[in-house]
Design a protein around this ligand. Structure first.
Ligand code: C5P
Length: 222
């Protein structure tokens, strides 16, 4: 693809898992390597974008030139995303945000006692839905990782979260998904869809960004 097809655009990408602490030594998290989000950040930089990468804890490096904002919890990710999205042209929510956080954060390590125990959880804010509610809003791109009924769940999220595009992938399959270097995506937007077949996450990231650039040009014709 031509270099610089995102030249001058501000892209905010969230990546990786969030970590929701229970006490000083324990947390609840999601399985996410962050690879897809970091590949998108690298590909967006190569395409000339100004990239802000808001990342949960991962073991990855991003190309020089990206503005990296490290966060841990969903609430911290929410704050960072909402700070940076009012000036963004594109928001890509590639993070595996924990749906719930423990209601209480214990100051000291929780001790074992009875044979069963419960953790009270409270819902985290839906970050991408909040971005999609901004006025004006950036082009909003979500991900949907599903173990079943991919198309229905993805289309439902597209609509209920008011997204412009959703990239859906199967998880728990032989190839692709979480820790893999490869993935395939089925991309949906209002009124259309496209399959991006199994390939390495860097190639896939560039292909997805091309599609995102097309949607942005349809939204803001010059
Ligand atoms: O509803 P579900 O979590 O499957 O939706 C996935 C999409 O929503 C992803 O783009 C994810 O980053 C985003 N999300 C979010 N905030 C949440 C939960 C999910 O931004 N609390």
């Amino acid at each position: 693809e031509p270099p610089g097809f995102l030249s001058g655009l501000n892209i905010v990408i969230s990546a990786g898992p969030t970590r929701e602490p229970l006490d000083p030594v324990r947390y609840i998290t999601n399985r996410s390597s962050g690879k897809m989000g970091y590949a998108l950040a690298d590909a967006a930089l190569s395409a000339g974008a100004n990239v802000t990468l808001i990342s949960g804890p991962v073991n990855l490096a991003v190309q020089a030139g990206a503005k990296l904002i490290p966060v841990e919890t969903a609430l911290q990710m929410y704050d960072a995303v909402m700070t940076h999205c009012p000036t963004a042209d594109i928001y890509i929510g590639a993070a595996a945000v924990a749906d719930y956080r423990p209601q209480q954060l214990a100051e000291c390590k929780i001790k074992k006692g009875s044979d069963t125990s419960n953790i009270a959880l409270v819902k985290n804010p839906d970050i991408i839905a909040a971005v999609a509610g901004l006025q004006p809003k950036p082009l909003v791109v979500g991900f949907a990782a599903e173990t079943d009924d991919l198309e229905n769940y993805a289309k439902n999220k597209l609509q209920t979260k008011n997204l412009d595009l959703i990239a859906a992938n199967w998880v728990g399959q032989a190839e692709g998904g979480f820790e893999s270097d490869r993935n395939a995506l089925q991309v949906f937007w209002p009124g259309g869809q496209q399959i991006l077949p199994m390939t390495d996450k860097h190639t896939l990231a560039a292909q997805l960004l091309k599609l995102i650039a097309e949607k942005l040009h349809e939204k803001n014709p010059v």
